[in-house]
Design a protein. Structure first.
Length: 368
């Protein structure tokens, strides 16, 4: 299967043909591949051409992406001209989607960036005091205290989000592992990458420009929320794209464990108490029923029921639980027709030397 073609469904619960908007299938808007990729567990950035091919066969004007993560799929649907509602239970993900999906026109000019970098801050030193010797140099930590304060003082919420998005990507690039689970001497992960040599300030300047380029107006009023999927109350949504975490065979799938630093930074740790006994200064993890075998099946069932009035597109992997057949039959309780599209995908996670590469089958399970 190639990236740019609409795959034939692997199987369908009924046999009516899918034809809507098929002319769009070959032409994914170019800007989508320029979307600033975040090293993020489960990011669909590299699958976007395939997801675009499948979405192009569906008829929808409004879309909800309630597990927005890096925002890549919501941004794809924005670039397809649809009105998009993005949401995630992590605040930092919501902020990224506000910058790139909700924000249609705000960019940061050079003088604002200079003010952000050189402005005095408010003297608070929470980051320096808490994270000394954990992830970044003393200079970086001073910069983070000052910059994050200056960002919060920006009057325009979209400007704030854009600056934070640039800062989050800077923090991920500067971190050798791209996750915040290990601390202290990280020199063994230093493989000479430019990203590890640049200071956070240098990264920030570059990333502002990257995010400025991602801003565009699709003529729709898009919106980003910070919400649990089960608390979202939006009406008149034609299509819901669901990309929940899946119960993995080993390890866990905790996003807070991996990205707690960005989550804390997004709110300057307000109402996010640090677990002081932890080496990496974690915050409390957030409960999600999708993480546990004992709750996952009910969670999927509840979710399909909640969105039964919309077309549903579910992203899933062959290494997740519950399995494909269970998901198809659950979705079939709420949808007349269920189709499955699949493709091989290789996830790369970690740095070059220690990359964890796993090859899985990716599914898009479409219910209408
Ligand atoms: C697989 S990732 C989504 C990746 C995203 N599609 C992308 O391309 O970047 C799953 C996301 O679900 C979020 N999440 C997990 N449980 C949630 C819940 N109960 N409600 C809302 N969001 C949740 C996580 O914070 C994470 O960002």
């Amino acid at each position: 299967m190639t990236n740019m073609t609409v795959d034939l469904p692997l199987f369908a619960a009924t046999t009516s043909p899918s034809t809507a908007r098929s002319s769009e299938a070959m032409a994914m808007p170019e800007r989508v591949m320029l979307y600033p990729e975040l090293r993020y567990m489960g990011s669909k950035k590299r699958l976007l051409p395939w997801i675009h091919g499948v979405l192009s066969t569906l008829d929808f004007e409004t879309a909800l992406d309630p597990f927005s993560g890096t925002g890549s799929v919501g941004y794809l649907m924005k670039a397809m001209g649809r009105r998009v509602v993005a949401s995630d239970f992590l605040n930092f993900s919501h902020v990224v989607a506000r910058a790139t999906i909700e924000n249609n026109d705000t960019r940061l000019d050079d003088s604002t960036v200079d003010d952000l970098i050189h402005g005095g801050g408010d003297g608070r030193r929470f980051i320096q005091d808490t994270f000394s010797g954990v992830f970044y140099t003393a200079d970086d930590l001073r910069f983070l205290d000052r910059l994050s304060c200056n960002i919060r003082l920006l009057p325009n919420p979209h400007a704030q989000s854009l600056a934070f998005a640039a800062l989050f990507r800077s923090c991920l690039k500067r971190q050798p592992r791209g996750v915040f689970t290990v601390s202290g001497d990280l020199s063994k992960y230093d493989d000479g990458r430019r990203d590890l040599r640049l200071s956070l300030e240098d990264h920030f300047r570059e990333q502002v420009s990257v995010y400025n380029d991602a801003v565009f107006d699709n003529g729709r009023k898009n919106i980003s929320y910070n919400s649990d999927v089960f608390d979202i109350d939006v009406k008149n949504i034609d299509l819901v794209y669901l990309d929940p975490p899946y119960v993995p065979r080993s390890d866990d799938n905790c996003y807070v464990k991996r990205y707690h630093f960005l989550e804390g930074l997004s709110a300057y740790w307000e109402d996010m108490p640090i677990k002081q006994a932890t080496k990496v200064k974690k915050i409390e993890k957030k409960y999600t029923p999708f993480s546990y075998r004992r709750t996952a099946i009910t969670a999927f069932d509840d979710m399909f029921s909640k969105f039964s009035q919309s077309q549903i597109v579910l992203s899933y992997s062959s290494n997740g639980y519950p399995g494909l057949e269970d998901l198809v039959s659950m979705m079939g309780k709420y949808k007349k027709r269920v189709e499955v599209f699949q493709r091989q995908h290789r996830y790369h996670f970690g740095n070059h030397a220690q990359a964890v590469r796993s090859s899985v089958l990716e599914y898009l399970i479409v219910g209408r």
